[in-house]
Design a protein. Structure first.
Ligand code: ZN
Ligand code: ZN
Length: 267
């Protein structure tokens, strides 16, 4: 193992060695992921206190049948706490430091964040901490998952690895009021804003584009529905040679209005 290469495996072209950041054992992407997963873990831990909301139906855990969802959540909370403390102890022991004064996940994660450069430079931590964080995060998401809508946009992923743009096609995942752009290729969750903006900047969009945008707003539409919207002058469109085209601004205005109406009725 060479000292200046990232110790993690890479999904795209796994055989190509990736340079680590200066003095570290992780590349830029994995270093960023390490920092993010540590920072997010306390919130994941907190979410597990209300996995399905109070008084919800009793749901059996997918990967652990027979185990009640609340037990699975409680076990995972213990595990997260335990693993955070374990890594904290690892740093204090290796560096001869005093640990944080409190042992709640927020305090420990904040303390570990202060040492993230050291963790990324330490061979053992660089290799083993990231998979632990990924596993805990994945299990927490699995338990706290609320039903999500998945909408595929025809937008190419914007992440780059070593100058190559990822060729994944972005899916927008809408979970409650949380919107995420997810790439099935690089598996990086991203800010959906630039993708939505790109999907919206085309002045004229086809009926398919209207249907996709409507899905983003939780509205099911088909070709007939889109034609009706135009007929009722809810949206503006033109009759094209091959297919009709709709003005994206008017579509967005209409969808936003529909969503606001729905929220008002629901409130
Ligand atoms: Zn890497
Ligand atoms: Zn990607």
């Amino acid at each position: 193992m060479t000292d200046d290469l990232c110790v993690q495996t890479h999904r795209q072209n796994p055989d190509r060695p990736r340079p680590a950041l200066d003095g570290l054992r992780l590349c830029h992407g994995h270093h960023t992921e390490l920092r993010r997963l540590i920072a997010e873990l306390p919130a994941r831990h907190a979410d597990l206190t209300r996995p399905r909301g109070a008084g919800g139906p009793k749901i059996t855990h997918k990967t652990d049948p027979g185990l009640h969802i609340d037990e699975a959540a409680a076990n995972l909370r213990t595990q997260i706490q335990h693993d955070l403390l374990w890594w904290c102890t690892y740093v204090t022991r290796e560096r001869g430091l005093l640990g944080p004064r409190r042992d709640d996940p927020f305090t420990i994660a904040a303390w570990l964040t202060l040492h993230v450069e050291w963790l990324a430079a330490n061979e053992h931590a660089a290799l083993h901490l990231l998979p632990v964080l990924r596993e805990l995060t994945g299990r927490a998401i699995g338990i706290t998952d609320i039903p999500a809508r998945h909408i595929q946009l025809d937008e190419q992923c914007r992440t780059h690895e070593d100058g190559d743009r990822c060729d994944g096609i972005i899916t927008i995942v809408v979970r409650g009021d949380e919107w995420t752009a997810r790439c099935p290729e690089c598996r990086i969750d991203q800010d959906p804003t630039p993708y939505l903006r790109a999907a919206q900047t085309g002045q004229w969009i086809t009926a398919d584009g209207v249907i996709r945008l409507a899905a983003v707003y939780g509205i099911t539409a088909d070709g007939d529905v889109v034609r009706q919207w135009k007929h009722r002058k809810n949206i503006r469109g033109i009759i094209g040679d091959v297919e009709n085209l709709y003005e994206s601004r008017s579509v967005l205005d209409y969808l936003t209005k529909r969503q606001a109406d729905r929220e008002r009725i629901g409130a």
